[in-house]
Design a protein around this ligand. Structure first.
Ligand code: HEM
Length: 366
């Protein structure tokens, strides 16, 4: 992989031009940093208040090598598919991940790996910041502190470990491609919509490119926080609500997030059930853990404060109601928003066509 730190004027350099011109395909793959505003340590000092407040982590997560990017830095990530690899190769990887996912359906008290892998893909991508194009899925930076030790990522090492054998078997596959592809597998293999996906992310091992803590949402907070976080990535209210509908899958773990339990009974099937349940009646659970909600009907299922915020905010609620009534609409909007999430911050060649993978079941029928 080639990389470069390019000063504002150095746009003229051949590499800079290539990075800016999406139609000229970079075969070596490249990410570029464009420094616009010189040093501005205060910028990150301001951000550091948030890290501490939210996750209890220090900004550096104890990694003495880690330094934040210079303020005003603009990053360009150019997707590059390894030579000789095409749809068939990626479908092969999809199939292998899918087989292992199906083998482990009983894991995590019956939740399987669907929720875990969906969350890994989302957290790998959800650090994205549109204003400077930093964070996001491209570099697969979650193996590095402080991202690795972000409290919001607790438990995701289980997902990365689950996938590590595929990184060994397919060394040409980057971490970002592997983790986002596994998210596509997870959604599709438990009955969710088809997710358009494109390859070409490249491993970034430059410590400066690891995003600071505080970019992922904090479940204790309300609607303004949810809107802040998702609009920072470039999502509308409608896309935000659609994405959070993934909480139909998997569950919360007290030893990871401090929350407990699944959102509903069909937590290993992708449905619009999250929205249907959210519109029912909930009360605050009486327990000595984090503040969360419990359903009036069975006292068995949970909602996070940020989930309830979708019901309390008029514009979010509009979409909650639409998705509760119309699963097809939810599937369509989720598929578009999830695909966008996985590609945030990446410049793909203009002619690149997204892949749509067949599920294992569809391949049996062929
Ligand atoms: C306001 C936004 C969000 C907040 C605050 C939030 C917070 C959380 C928390 C606290 C957990 C429990 C983690 C654990 O204990 O293992 C969780 C789980 C989960 N989240 Fe979210 N989340 C948000 C948005 C999303 C989005 C956009 C997606 C996917 C597109 C998603 C997918 C999941 C899944 C699938 C799980 C279950 C994980 C498992 O079973 O291991 N979440 N989320």
């Amino acid at each position: 992989m080639s990389s470069g730190y390019i000063s504002g004027k150095a746009f003229k350099s051949a590499r800079g031009l290539r990075a800016f011109n999406a139609s000229s395909r970079s075969r070596t793959g490249a990410y570029f940093l464009v420094l616009g505003g010189g040093l501005a340590a205060g910028y990150y000092a301001h951000e550091s208040g948030k890290w501490d407040q939210k996750s209890g982590n220090s900004g550096s997560g104890g990694n003495s090598n880690w330094k934040p990017l210079l303020a005003g830095t603009t990053v360009i990530n150019t997707a590059s598919i390894p030579k000789s690899k095409g749809f068939k190769d990626y479908q092969e990887v999809y199939n292998e991940i899918a087989e292992k996912v199906h083998e482990e359906e009983d894991a995590d008290d019956g939740a399987g790996r669907y929720g875990l892998l969906t969350r890994l893909a989302w957290h790998n991508s959800g650090t994205y910041k549109k204003s400077d194009n930093t964070g996001g899925s491209y570099g697969g930076t979650m193996i590095y502190k402080p991202e690795e030790t972000d409290g919001e990522n607790a438990g995701l090492s289980i997902g990365r470990e689950f996938l590590s054998e595929f990184k060994e078997k397919y060394p040409w596959l980057s971490r970002g491609d592997l983790w986002t592809l596994a998210g596509v597998v997870a959604v599709q293999e438990c009955g969710g919509p088809k997710i358009k996906w494109r390859p070409g992310r490249e491993d970034i091992d430059d410590q400066q490119r690891v995003p600071e803590n505080g970019r992922l949402p904090n479940a204790h907070l309300g609607a303004p926080h949810v809107r802040d976080v998702f609009s920072r990535m470039g999502f509308t209210d409608q896309e935000t609500v659609a994405l959070i509908g993934a909480h139909a899958l998997g569950k919360c773990h007290t030893d990871r997030s401090g929350y407990d339990g699944p959102w509903g009974p069909s937590f290993n099937m992708f449905t619009n059930d999250f929205f249907v349940r959210l519109l029912q009646n909930w009360h605050i659970r009486k327990w000595d853990g984090n503040k969360q909600y419990e359903d009036d009907e069975s006292n068995s299922f949970m909602m996070l404060p940020t989930d309830m915020a979708l019901k309390e905010d008029g514009n979010f609620l509009k979409y909650v109601k639409q998705y509760a009534e119309d699963q097809d609409l939810f599937f369509e909007d989720f598929a578009n928003a999830f695909s966008k999430l996985l590609e945030l911050g990446i410049t793909f060649p203009k002619d690149s066509k997204p892949f749509m993978f067949k599920t294992l079941e569809e391949q049996e029928d062929d």
